[in-house]
Design a protein around this ligand. Structure first.
Ligand code: 4AD
Ligand code: MG
Length: 461
């Protein structure tokens, strides 16, 4: 069996010889004497054209093949100069392997993305989603390649944890208790000591804290895996289950952290553009005109770096353009982020040194005692794509901060202990993998870059 990808990449090898291909029918057009099939075998974005003639013994049956039937074709590959496609197969035999029902929902006409979400099991067969999910796969590979080439150790951090890494209380609880019928303690709380793990457990919101432990052993590490957040925000950029890439580097501060993030983003973009040219051309034409030019510019330009305080000054001058307030201390809203990336700088922007009160407990306190060594990377079109920081390595400062936030440090004893045993300065960041895929493809809803998305009120499949 010959793969369609190999034929497209090296047709000379196959011309005028008999080959066999197999795949799914995308379209059939037939007259009384001959017909054409557009065949896709899953290995390549483009279809292969098959011509068949009335000399086929099953000519009538093949002429009426329902879309999405699986077939096996034997025939000769011939050049077809001056036509839309560079070559086609002249069929000698077409074997019907698995006939499709005629009510197959993905007929030739265009469907809305919303409708396609309701058939998530079939949508990877459409052009758009075939392109999205091949790019997603390539981007994941590029991330591993980038870190492995630089000597990072890949760490598998746990999915089930006992801590709240972000301190934001957005965890999904993992329990085997029947919560309604479980006796409560005197103060009305569920007694998790009776639970499966003997304590309150949850799905991870970030692998960062465990990655810090490994960075202080291996120097340079990264995690790449599923992450869960019970944020009840129904936006185009938030999913309840998403993937995060979290590198962590020792003997490094915020500057090195940003350099790593910038190099990584450029590497992923370049890798995908080189390895999925057909898909990227498709996005550029049908999803987001100007995508390729934008991505090329990003690879070739330096990302902007400004502090939160500088960003606020820019935004304050344009106050009346925004719905949400802009004043020092307030978090940046999507509209503010978009203004900075799309209107002011027109490229990715690192915003650093946020007020400590709008950031997580583990970020390193700056000398002004008001801001922390944080960085967010804002990308044109999608907003925050990366969040990172230098970590608070000073045990006393960290303990003070956790007290201020009334955090329970019992579950984080091991995290505090890292500061006692060679806890050098270190930093890291988290890239929302889906946000990166959105950025690479121009798709504007996170539900359309996850094979089977999970969002509030949605776990259909
Ligand atoms: O900014 P966040 O919350 O940072 C962390 O979790 C840190 N522990 C990372 C680190 O320093 N190691 O999340 C990081 C990124 C965000 O910038 C965003 O791209 C993505 O994760 N993200 C989400 N993506 C999809 N759906 C959600 N609900 C997301 N929440 C965060
Ligand atoms: Mg963030």
């Amino acid at each position: 069996n010959t793969l369609i990808k190999d034929i497209y990449r090296n047709p000379d090898k196959y011309y005028d010889t008999e080959i066999q291909v197999s795949g799914w029918v995308r379209t059939v057009r037939a007259s009384k004497k001959f017909g054409f099939i557009e065949l896709n075998d899953g290995t390549f974005f483009k279809n292969l054209q098959i011509v068949f003639e009335e000399t086929l013994e099953n000519f009538k049956e093949i002429s009426k093949l329902p879309v999405s039937s699986a077939i096996i074709v034997k025939g000769i590959l011939v050049e077809t100069p001056n036509t839309k496609q560079p070559f086609e197969i002249k069929a000698k035999e077409v074997i019907l392997d698995a006939e499709s029902n005629s009510d197959y929902p993905l007929q030739k006409k265009r469907h809305t993305f919303e409708y396609l979400r309701s058939i998530a099991h079939l949508r990877p067969r459409s052009n758009t989603f075939s392109a999205v999910f091949r790019v997603r796969s390539l981007a994941a590979y590029a991330i591993h390649k980038f870190f492995q080439e630089r000597g990072f150790v890949y760490v598998h951090t746990p999915i089930i944890t006992a801590s709240d890494a972000e301190g934001a209380g957005e965890m999904f609880r993992v329990t085997t208790l029947d919560l309604e019928n479980t006796p409560k303690t005197d103060d009305g709380k569920v007694d998790y000591s009776k639970d499966f793990f003997g304590k309150d457990a949850n799905l991870t919101v970030s692998g960062q804290l465990e990655a810090e432990a490994y960075a202080l052993a291996f120097r340079k590490v990264y995690t790449f895996g599923p992450t869960f957040r019970a944020e009840n925000s129904n936006t185009k950029r938030h999913a309840s289950e998403f993937w995060m890439v979290e590198p962590e580097i020792a003997f490094a501060g915020l500057k090195e952290d940003m350099e790593l993030a910038e190099d990584m983003m450029k590497y992923i973009i370049k890798y995908v553009m080189e390895n999925a040219p057909e898909e990227m051309e498709f996005f550029n034409k049908f999803i987001d005109k100007g995508l390729i030019e934008r991505l090329e510019n990003i690879v070739n330009s330096d990302f902007e770096r400004i502090t939160y305080t500088e960003a606020m000054k820019i935004l304050e001058k344009n106050k009346n353009k925004f719905e949400y307030p802009v004043e020092w201390g307030a978090d940046l809203q999507t509209e503010h982020e978009k203004y900075l990336t799309d209107k002011v700088f027109k490229k990715p922007v690192f915003v650093t040194d946020y007020p400590k009160d709008i950031k997580a407990f583990y970020m390193r306190l700056n000398d002004d005692n008001k801001t922390v060594a944080a960085m967010d990377l804002l990308a044109p079109g999608v907003g925050e794509i990366i969040g990172g920081s230098q970590r608070e390595e000073r045990l006393d400062v960290l303990e003070r901060r956790m007290k201020e936030l009334e955090m329970n440090d019992e579950d984080l004893w091991w995290y505090l202990e890292l500061r006692k045993y060679g806890g050098t300065k270190h930093a890291g960041f988290g890239l929302g993998f889906e946000r990166a895929v959105m950025y690479l493809t121009g798709m504007d809803n996170i539900r359309d870059v996850i094979p089977f998305p999970r969002t509030p009120k949605n776990v259909e499949f």
